[in-house]
Write a protein that binds this ligand. Structure first.
Ligand code: PMP
Ligand code: GLN
Length: 393
């Protein structure tokens, strides 16, 4: 992350500059390179969902919606959790609509942590986790996921807990690695939570992007976890509408009420017309979700083949929008320097995975590429990256 530009920033945010996503998208804009950095699709979501938003605007849904979210969307979120995960929720009190998953994560951390509490999370971690833990006055205790398989080390997990542990912040399917935590790993996490009476906050924004027949298991569905877990997701990824920023937090009434207390002072309420449209989107038939998943799996395969042809070692993701490559296979070591040079060398932008690691040695040779792009864009990026191999780099 780049250093902050001015000296007025609170100490809690010392070291947090511009996010890597903004930095790399700016680099792409400046150089005209293909942007496989920031994870956003280059095609919009279903036309009928966009029409539903237009209708909501024309229909006069343009003023502040209710604090917890409009009833139709809360009901649709509860129905979605039942349909896909077997989770039963009362839309009235156990579901909160937020401004994207980003706000739900921030509100949960601000609402649930005392200053000095510890939050166990897994690295590489999504960048807002570190910033929000810091804003809450808490400390992060990080469990390192190591390539190539990013397995969960039980000893490292146990060592991350202490009497100060307040909650575990878990992202599965996991950005940036593409790891999907399996049931045994989740059970290990759950056991620590139960035995130590620790809460869990889960970020499941890629819940519909699990490949090769794998399943996404929400932590809240494990024994004893429903009562102590805030489950967070959003519409951005699932419906290719990342700019709408409609997310949600679900869980036991008392936890959701706490998150809502913080949320109301962050944004008060969120995107009225979009809420109507996402209520419609969540009720789309199973076929939508299946073809979304199959489409992204095919894009994963397409980009992986291109990266392999470029001579990179591909760490094939089990889910999400992202694939990591190890650049040591082409004689490089420093992912950050590589990404800064890549627009000039190959006309492509990617993200250095090291920025998501505290253990920089582990992340240094890794580079993240987003494959949520049109096939012709992936193909053009692959053709350009092939220069790396042909240059004999
Ligand atoms: N969590 C993860 C793991 C993400 O990759 C993202 C990026 N979209 C978010 C949260 C933020 O989601 P939203 O855009 O809904 O705020
Ligand atoms: N989640 C997206 C990514 O990981 C970016 C979202 C953002 O820019 N904050 O690339």
């Amino acid at each position: 992350m780049a250093a902050p530009a001015r000296g007025h920033l609170t100490g809690r945010l010392a070291g947090f500059g511009t996010t890597i996503f903004a930095e790399m998208s700016a680099l792409a804009a400046r150089t005209g390179a293909i942007n496989l950095g920031q994870g956003f699709p280059d095609s919009d979501g279903p036309a009928e969902v966009i029409e539903a938003a237009v209708e909501a605007m024309r229909g006069g849904h343009n003023q502040y919606p209710p604090g917890p979210g409009i009833p139709a969307l809360r009901a649709a979120i509860a129905a979605h959790q039942r349909r896909f995960h077997g989770i039963e929720l009362d839309p009235d009190g156990e579901v909160l609509v937020t401004t994207g998953a980003t706000e739900a994560i921030a509100a949960a951390l601000l609402a649930l942590c005392e200053a000095g509490d510890e939050v166990v999370t897994f690295e590489p971690y999504y960048d807002s986790y570190a910033a929000c833990i810091a804003l809450a006055g808490a400390r992060r205790r990080v469990v390192t996921l190591r390539p190539p398989d990013y397995g969960l080390d039980p000893d490292a997990l146990a060592a991350a807990f202490s009497p100060r542990t307040r909650l575990v912040l878990l992202n599965s399917p996991h950005n940036p690695t593409g790891k999907v935590f399996d049931r045994a790993e989740l059970e290990l996490v759950a056991r620590h939570c139960r035995e130590r009476d620790v809460l869990a906050v889960t970020d499941e924004v890629y819940e519909h992007l699990v490949f090769d027949g794998r399943e996404h298991v929400p932590l809240a569905t494990l024994p004893g976890m429903g009562e102590r877990t805030v489950t967070i997701s959003s519409a951005g990824k699932t419906f290719s509408l990342t700019g709408w920023k409609i997310g949600w937090a679900c869980g036991p009434r008392e936890l959701v009420a706490a998150v809502q207390t913080a949320k109301q002072f962050l944004t008060f309420v969120s995107g009225a017309p979009f809420q109507h449209a996402i209520a419609h989107a969540l009720a789309l038939p199973d076929a939508y979700f299946q073809s979304f998943r199959a489409g992204l799996q095919a894009k994963r395969d397409r980009l992986c083949a291109g990266l392999e042809a470029a001579g990179l070692e591909v760490l094939r993701p089990a889910g999400t929008y992202f694939v990591n490559a190890d650049i040591r296979a082409i004689g490089e070591h420093d992912g950050h320097a590589f990404c800064l040079a890549l627009p000039q060398r190959a006309g492509v932008v990617a993200v250095p995975t090291v920025v998501f690691y505290d253990a920089e040695d582990v992340g240094r040779p890794l580079v993240r590429f987003a494959f949520c792009k049109r096939d012709d864009v992936i193909d053009e990026a692959a053709a350009r990256l092939a220069r790396l191999a042909s240059a004999g780099a």
